[in-house]
Write a protein that binds this ligand. Structure first.
Ligand SMILES: Cc1cc2nc3c(=O)[nH]c(=O)nc-3n(C[C@H](O)[C@H](O)[C@H](O)COP(=O)(O)OP(=O)(O)OC[C@H]3O[C@@H](n4cnc5c(N)ncnc54)[C@H](O)[C@@H]3O)c2cc1C
Length: 385
């Protein structure tokens, strides 16, 4: 345990892993300490939609950098990246107006997107219901990842090719500054030393520095997800985002008609109460992942979100999905929830203890999209290079 790393990252989810990746790219010695034998947090429970098109201007730029990073790694090692694009499907004239405006914004930002007619959408997306779709906006550069496997493959790549020390089943219970460096102490009493430390603990607020989180404006969101049985002889390519997403994602807030359209929405609807929007993504085994909903609690009240699934939400999502795409089967093989953290007032939570211990969490619903690009800049900032 005498080795002193340049960087220790606590948390092997996507945000921690990409911080480690960029430090390794700069020739640093890096260890990731992860409490579980495999990451079990938001990074393996999500859709795997890498959608810079849905982000505000700042995070769209991080997302675009992430696309390059994912594609570059994929060209060297299979980490499950598929470039099959993202589509936003409008269900009425208001949503059509918003996708047309988003198309204009992206054209002036030099980000490729194509408006699709209703007929083009019906041809491209098998089973899409004519009654639902008015038209679409397609982003061909965007990719999907397989959340259940991507992070493991990325860890394999970084361990074998970049010299990462990956230390799993290791819970860090204390971090401190000592002799100009930092020390992480595990639950078994082992010490790991480094020049700097980055803590990417996701929504785990009970082990390290609970008082910092309890006094912050961090909230946790609980999202319910569903997965159908594998669909036979059926293909649904890329990320499919629908009308309620157009009304929810940050990029649309820049559209000039957004505020007027939002002001007409019924605030008492079921979808508003539980933050439901309907997204589809086909996994490699042919099953289709459906979601999602959003329930919120302050970081200090995380337990109030409970461990059970609300079947009213699941049933609502299935019924809404059936109005959009007529899948060969809506038989569900898997249901789960995931948690992510986000700040009420900032786009990410950053807190530095002393000079060398940096907490970075609260990336919200944009972690699979933005982490790779954000972490690149953050490593430069933290190491002052
Ligand atoms: C249902 C769902 C759907 C989503 N869909 C998308 C999507 O399609 N596209 C998108 O861009 N984003 C999506 N997101 C958001 C994305 O998944 C998250 O932003 C991202 O995974 C957060 O990564 P993270 O590394 O911060 O956290 P996590 O993945 O939660 O990782 C934190 C890690 O830290 C470890 N840890 C914590 N404390 C300690 C400790 N003391 N010692 C050691 N290890 C510790 C934990 O075990 C965990 O592995 C979704 C999220 C959810 C929940």
């Amino acid at each position: 345990m005498d080795k002193k790393y340049d960087l220790i990252v606590i948390g092997g989810g996507v945000l921690g892993t990409f911080h480690a990746y960029h430090a390794l790219q700069k020739g640093m010695s890096v260890a990731i300490l992860e409490k579980n034998s495999k990451p079990e947090g938001a990074t393996v429970r999500n859709f795997g939609q890498v959608v810079p098109s849905g982000m505000d201007r700042k995070w769209q730029n991080f997302g675009k950098e992430s696309l390059k990073i994912y594609k570059d790694i994929q060209s060297q090692f299979d980490i499950s990246i598929r470039q099959n694009g993202t589509v936003y499907l409008a269900s009425n004239e208001e949503e059509m107006q918003l996708i047309e405006e988003l198309h204009q914004i992206n054209s002036s930002n030099d980000y490729e997107s194509h408006l699709l007619t209703k007929e083009q959408c019906l041809v491209k997306y098998s089973g899409l219901l004519s009654d639902y779709c008015t038209g679409g906006l397609f982003f061909p550069q965007e990719v999907t990842v397989e959340p259940a496997t991507m992070i493991h493959k990325l860890h394999q790549f970084m361990t074998a090719n970049l010299g990462l020390d990956l230390v799993m089943t290791t819970t860090v219970v204390n971090t401190e500054s000592r002799n100009g460096g930092v020390v992480a102490t595990t639950s078994t009493g082992k010490e790991y030393k480094a020049s700097k430390m980055i803590i990417c603990n996701g929504s785990d607020f009970k082990i390290l520095y609970p008082e910092i989180y309890n006094n912050s404006d961090l909230v946790v969101s609980k999202l319910q997800m569903l997965q159908t049985k594998p669909q036979h002889n059926y293909k649904l390519e890329g990320s499919i985002l629908t009308g309620l997403t157009i009304r929810r994602y940050e990029s649309f807030e820049e559209c000039k008609s957004y505020a007027a359209i939002k002001s007409k929405e019924n605030q008492d609807s079921f979808e508003k109460k539980y933050g439901v929007h309907i997204l589809f993504k086909q996994a490699l085994d042919g099953s289709v992942i459906l979601g999602d909903s959003h329930e919120y609690a302050l970081a200090k009240d995380i337990d109030s979100l409970g461990f059970d699934l609300n079947m009213d939400i699941d049933n609502f999502m299935i019924e809404e999905a059936k109005k959009i795409i007529d899948l060969p089967t809506y038989e569900i093989q898997n249901r789960w929830f995931g948690l992510y953290s986000q700040c009420k007032t900032k786009d990410i939570f950053e807190h530095t203890i002393g000079e060398n211990i940096h907490i970075i969490t609260g990336i919200g619903g944009k972690g699979m999209t933005g982490s790779a690009g954000f972490a690149k800049h953050n490593i430069d900032k933290i190491f002052n290079v």
